[in-house]
Write a protein that binds this ligand. Structure first.
Ligand code: SIN
Length: 281
């Protein structure tokens, strides 16, 4: 038997006593799947996973994508993105550095953004390096009726390259021309309907939403800032303080997340798989 314990008023639950290294039976998988839809973020404690086991569990939820920063994929395991502040002996980053420093939903800058991501903590700092998650259903539901009417049917442009304004090249390598060509701008609605729960969620991303279509620039900037500020109020947020060997699985269709930098003296090294999702509607 395993336990599922809510972690905050906003969202998130921990799963204790379940070993993901072993294949899950259909009943257990159905319970985990429903818990993920209900809590949006699941924290599986005390996992000892090889890359194969991490990939096998992730694939129960759908096909896995690689990442445009392909230099940070785990050798021999293109389904795993290394996220790390560490450097190798040759001075290169051991994984994608400075990942997720602005509120975002993974792969929102692609035509079929991610269903969910599964991040596995292999090395964590003694303090700092938390990841915060928000509840985009609640954020949408708490909007005034006027705002809901105003944003109904609006679409926005999403772009990975827009993140360049947040990082220097020393902090994170720039995309090569070949990588940039793989991530042209895409358009998505800023309110989306979750394909499994049918609930509406806000869908803006501080890191990737460039502008609202068919709206003057200043008005678009102001609306995006207002919606982001509204959606990350403390009442909608769960702060995850990592424990070694946590595997955290979040739903990118109804949550954003942001990673706080660890103190520079400490290593933080994670493996992420990313499940492919649907075109938002
Ligand atoms: C990410 O945005 O996927 C990285 C999150 C983290 O490092 O906590």
């Amino acid at each position: 038997m395993f336990e599922i314990n809510p972690l905050s008023e906003a969202l998130g639950a921990e799963v204790v006593g379940l070993d993901l290294a072993k294949p899950l039976g259909d009943d257990v998988f159905a319970t985990v799947h429903q818990a993920h839809l209900a809590h949006q973020v699941l924290v599986f404690r005390d996992q000892q996973l090889t890359p194969e086991q991490h990939i096998a569990f992730s694939k129960r939820f759908g096909a896995l994508s690689g990442h445009v920063f392909d230099q940070f994929l785990l050798p021999d395991y293109p389904e795993i993105l290394k996220v790390s502040n560490k450097k190798k002996e040759d001075g290169e980053f051991a994984g994608l550095p400075q990942a997720g420093r602005r509120w975002h939903s993974d792969l929102a800058y692609t035509a079929t953004p991610s269903l969910g991501s599964l991040l596995y903590a292999l090395e964590i700092p003694p303090e700092g390096g938390d990841t915060l998650f928000n509840n985009m259903y609640r954020a949408y539901e708490a909007l005034s009726d006027d705002t809901k009417s105003r944003i109904e049917g609006l679409k926005a442009e999403f772009l990975l390259g827009s993140g360049r304004k947040f990082y220097t090249d020393a902090e994170r390598p720039a995309l090569t021309a070949e990588q940039l060509a793989k991530v042209p701008p895409v358009h998505h609605p800023i309110v989306r309907t979750h394909p499994e729960t049918g609930r509406k969620a806000l869908y803006v991303s501080q890191a990737h939403t460039v502008r609202i279509l068919d709206m003057p620039e200043a008005e678009s900037e102001a609306l995006l800032a207002e919606l982001t500020e509204h959606s990350v109020q403390p009442e909608f947020v769960y702060r995850h303080k990592w424990r070694l060997h946590d595997l955290v699985f979040w739903d990118n269709r109804c949550c954003m997340h942001i990673a706080e930098p660890p103190p520079p003296a400490y290593g933080r090294h994670m493996h992420r798989t990313t499940v492919v999702g649907d075109r938002p509607y």
